[in-house]
Design a protein around this ligand. Structure first.
Ligand code: GLP
Length: 263
């Protein structure tokens, strides 16, 4: 596990963009797992700028988004499809047939649909690099606390904490109560995982995920089982980690001995 400690949001975005751009330059046909949420907005802006400057080409990249609200058509302003289009896809050159986002407008036959999403990931050769945010309750994707650590893409009922966090987006109407999400088992199959967290509201979840026991009560703690995970954190999100000095030293040695892990 590589823990990269940065000063602020901007530095986190810059570092994450560098890692993603590096992975695409090494493998232009990269299969990239994408995430939504406020944390990702600045990162996508960085990637868009690199593309517009002619420094990053997405023409062979394939993408798979982690999750989508159930019951929202892609045209809904709060759908993740809308988020991805506005913040990323309309500014870059990922070919539309290469873009995969779970369809929140499906009704019924959920298991068949979710199995077909998993099948598309396999057909694309599996995910090379999976980008993740983290919820205040430690969720990744919409794998709410008590999700099976072996779970696959499926329907998931949103927790009260997530509904409360979403209230600001959906106004007085409560918003969707379910989502389609890649499972923790699906995420753990990605070859490399990159988790970004910024802000004090994520500090407890981050500390539990990195230094706490592996438990279904904190979905992101399952990442301890993955051989190639990088956390990029700003100071407020890292505040409750007890081993920050060690992570700094590991980072210095990584820059010296295996700098390719940082670019
Ligand atoms: C949603 C998404 C997660 C994301 C989380 C955090 O719950 N399903 O994938 O990590 O929000 O969002 P934010 O970055 O806005 O805090």
């Amino acid at each position: 596990m590589l823990v990269i400690l940065k000063r602020d949001n901007e530095e986190v975005n810059e570092q994450a963009a560098q890692l993603i751009a590096g992975a695409i330059r090494k493998k232009p046909s990269l299969t990239l797992g994408l995430a939504t949420g406020n944390t990702m907005v600045g990162l996508y802006q960085h990637l868009v700028r690199l593309h517009q400057a002619g420094l990053l080409d997405f023409s062979e990249v394939k993408t798979f988004n982690l999750d989508e609200y159930l019951g929202l058509p892609g045209s809904h302003r709060q759908s993740f499809q809308h988020f991805m289009h506005e913040n990323f896809f309309r500014h870059v050159n990922v070919p539309p047939p290469n873009i995969h986002i779970p369809d929140g407008s499906i009704r019924g036959h959920y298991e068949v649909y979710c199995a077909s999403y998993e099948q598309s990931i396999r057909a694309a050769g599996g995910i090379d690099l999976q980008l993740l945010g983290i919820g205040r309750n430690g969720h990744i994707g919409f794998n709410e606390p008590t999700s099976s650590l072996a779970s696959r893409t499926r329907l998931k009922v949103l927790s009260r904490e997530t509904l409360d966090d979403n209230a600001k987006f959906f106004g007085p109407a409560e918003g969707p109560s379910c989502a389609i999400t890649m499972g923790i088992g699906t995420i753990l199959e990605a070859r490399r995982v990159l988790l970004l967290a910024t802000g004090a509201s994520k500090a407890a979840a981050v500390a539990k995920s990195i230094e706490g026991p592996i438990t279904c009560a904190v979905s992101a703690s399952a990442l301890q089982l993955h051989p190639d995970v990088t956390f990029v954190l700003d100071e407020p999100a890292a505040a409750q980690l007890t081993q920050r000095d060690y992570y700094h030293r590991v980072l210095q040695m990584t820059a010296l001995l295996t700098p390719e892990r940082l670019s």
